[in-house]
Design a protein around this ligand. Structure first.
Ligand SMILES: CC(=O)N[C@H]1[C@@H](OP(=O)(O)OP(=O)(O)OC[C@H]2O[C@@H](n3ccc(=O)[nH]c3=O)[C@H](O)[C@@H]2O)O[C@H](CO)[C@@H](O)[C@@H]1O[C@H](C)C(=O)N[C@@H](C)C(=O)N[C@H](CCC(=O)O)C(=O)O
Ligand SMILES: Nc1ncnc2c1ncn2[C@@H]1O[C@H](COP(=O)(O)OP(=O)(O)OP(=O)(O)O)[C@@H](O)[C@H]1O
Length: 542
């Protein structure tokens, strides 16, 4: 993928090729009809062909949305937006003066973020025609489950799109992803582009940030799924309750027709109780009473598992996933049920699962096996629950084998999870190598110290035998892990998954954990798997 994309050229990929026009008066009328106060300063007959929230990405003919943010008010970039072709500006009272001074008509509203989604739908016509949407939220498992859903939909012969942390894909065109869930103007532009490309169904990761910032406003999900809720993003949400309430917005009938909710924890149960969309509940434990669907008869198959889904009226679906970890059985089950909930005939779905094995899909940087001896795995676990689950799933039954984990914690994000992740690593690994994750602009040393302190405190409190080392930079930590590993050991490099840049003190350094691991394995005489054959096929695994 070209790294040289600028904000403007990237934005152009998220637009329909065929442009239609919307006048400011049409927007004003829509806002008034839906009970919102708004005024036009200048010529209401002015028409726009696109809508954009970033002055650096404006395309000629756009309405530039000058929104207040944590750092700036977008109105300070109004002049720049007009110089690059903005035909009008949408702003609030605070932005009025700067917007008016930019010399194009201004649509003035009370709360800018409240109207962006709906106006984007109006501009791109996505209120009238949009691919069938599958939305995923939860702390962990969104990316993996959305790849699985896409794979199942493809096996059913549907033309698909995908929006998420790793990439945006409209048809076969991948577009690098900056946010897990892009801003509303980009989402609507993208849906219109997908419509042009004949995309019938799209999966979308819906982050809690996107719900807080109203990025998915104006979209309607046919089926939304909830994976789980564990600690993360408390810097944004303040408390788990607020984090939960934000996620719950997705399961409102105003946004989603149907919801499939994992009820393995109390947050899931509460989510199912609160949701106003039609709910199907799913439990991983077959003994769970009251769940509509349960996962049963899970048996190891190669690196992954075979399992059954048992539902109402004796319905049984049998399938398998080749992805390691019992959490991937939950992800796979959720994917199958979300497709079923969209109205696909169960027999047709079973036939597609049997024929195409779609739940054995390669998800970059998610439990990605780089070598088999020592078992060397790169995973995206970057919060306590994901790290605990990833570590538990890689422990080999072979006597004397050790688990060596290499990880760190992100800078400028939820600092409370740092010692907790250290403690989790000490509980589950024999050797804990603490290194840098993405420190961003924060000094990496105190981040490492907080993680290592959590690990040491856990060892002391429980008399554990794990060993803690602090090694940086990250490539050196990965090399050290390989240097100490024997063939029967397991190395888990956690936290950065598919990412190929590490931001240290504000500078982007090229770093791909998978490449570093391969390099170190080769240097120590081990045999990594070929870079292109990291996907699994249970058919090969027996
Ligand atoms: C915390 C957060 O999500 N902030 C988002 C928010 O920022 P903000 O409103 O504070 O914006 P600001 O920087 O003060 O700027 C104000 C306005 O001026 C505009 N601007 C700014 C500079 C300029 O030159 N021209 C210009 O037009 C900005 O586009 C913005 O509209 O609106 C901006 C405009 O779209 C986003 O870029 C920004 O995301 C930042 C980059 C971000 O890092 N977000 C992350 C945390 C995020 O959303 N992550 C979740 C996933 C998390 C996970 O699950 O791991 C995601 O969905 O990706
Ligand atoms: N169902 C699950 N429960 C707990 N942990 C999981 C689950 N699925 C995946 N994980 C762990 O979480 C990590 C991230 O998985 P994935 O990328 O699918 O989730 P995500 O919700 O998209 O994460 P993010 O929002 O951070 O991008 C995986 O690498 C794995 O360690």
């Amino acid at each position: 993928m070209p790294q040289a994309l600028t904000p403007r050229s990237a934005e152009a990929l998220l637009r329909p090729l065929e442009k239609s026009t919307t006048s400011l008066t049409a927007m004003l009328e829509y806002l008034h009809e839906t009970g919102r106060g708004a005024n036009i300063i200048g010529d209401g007959g002015t028409t726009v062909t696109g809508i954009c929230l970033d002055s650096r990405a404006v395309q000629p003919g756009d309405i530039y949305i000058a929104a207040p943010g944590a750092r700036f008010h977008g109105a300070q970039f109004a002049q720049a937006a007009v110089e690059t072709g903005a035909a009008a500006i949408l702003t609030d009272i605070e932005g009025e003066d700067a917007a008016s001074a930019a010399g194009v008509p201004v649509l003035l509203v009370e709360q800018v973020r409240e109207v962006i989604g709906e106006l984007s739908a109006l501009v791109y016509g996505t209120d009238e025609a949009c691919p069938e949407l599958f939305g995923l939220t939860g702390t962990n498992g969104k990316t993996t489950t959305s790849y699985m859903i896409r794979s199942v939909l493809r096996a059913l012969g549907r033309e698909t799109g995908l929006v998420g942390t790793i990439e945006i894909a409209a048809g076969d065109t991948p577009i690098p992803s900056i946010l897990t869930t892009p801003e509303a103007p980009q989402l609507h532009g993208l849906m219109a582009r997908m419509r042009e490309l004949g995309v019938e169904a799209a999966t979308m990761e819906v982050s809690s940030h996107s719900l807080s910032y109203r990025r998915v406003d104006g979209l309607r999900f046919a089926v939304s799924g909830f994976t789980n809720l564990t600690q993360d993003h408390l810097d944004l949400h303040g408390s788990m309750q607020e984090y939960f309430e934000t996620k719950a917005l997705l399961f409102d009938l105003e946004r989603s027709d149907r919801a499939v909710i994992m009820v393995d924890d109390s947050w899931g149960l509460e989510m199912a109780r609160q949701a106003t969309a039609e709910v199907w509940t799913l439990a991983s434990d077959p003994a769970t009473t009251g769940a509509d669907w349960v996962i049963d008869n899970v048996v190891p198959a190669g690196l992954g598992h075979r399992f059954q889904l048992r539902g109402p009226d004796g319905t049984v679906i049998e399938t398998a996933t080749g992805l390691p970890g019992d959490f991937n059985v939950s992800n796979a089950a959720l994917a199958v049920l979300m497709v079923l909930a969209s109205g696909v005939d169960p027999a047709r779905l079973q036939e597609a699962l049997d024929r195409a094995n779609p739940l054995t899909v390669e998800v970059p940087g998610r439990m990605q096996v780089i070598a088999e001896a020592p078992a060397s795995i790169v995973d995206f676990a970057h919060n306590p629950d994901a790290l605990a689950r990833a570590l538990s799933s890689v422990r080999s039954a072979e006597p004397g084998s050790r688990v060596i984990v290499v990880f760190g914690a992100t800078g400028e994000r939820d600092a409370t999870k740092r010692p907790i992740m250290g403690a989790v690593a000490a509980q589950h690994a024999d050797v804990v190598i603490v290194t840098d994750d993405d420190p961003h602009s924060e000094d990496p040393a105190p981040i490492r110290a907080a993680v290592a302190a959590g690990a040491r405190a856990e060892i002391q409190a429980h008399g554990l035998l794990s060993e803690v080392r602090e090694i940086h930079p990250r490539a050196a930590a990965i090399a050290a892990a390989v240097a100490m590993a024997g063939e029967r050991d397991t190395i888990l490099v956690a936290g950065r998954g598919h990412e190929v840049f590490q931001e240290v003190m504000g500078v982007n350094l090229e770093l791909d954990d998978r490449e570093e691991l391969r390099r170190a394995l080769l240097a120590h005489g081990f045999s990594p798997l070929a870079a292109t054959s990291d996907s699994f096929d249970p058919a090969d695994e027996g």
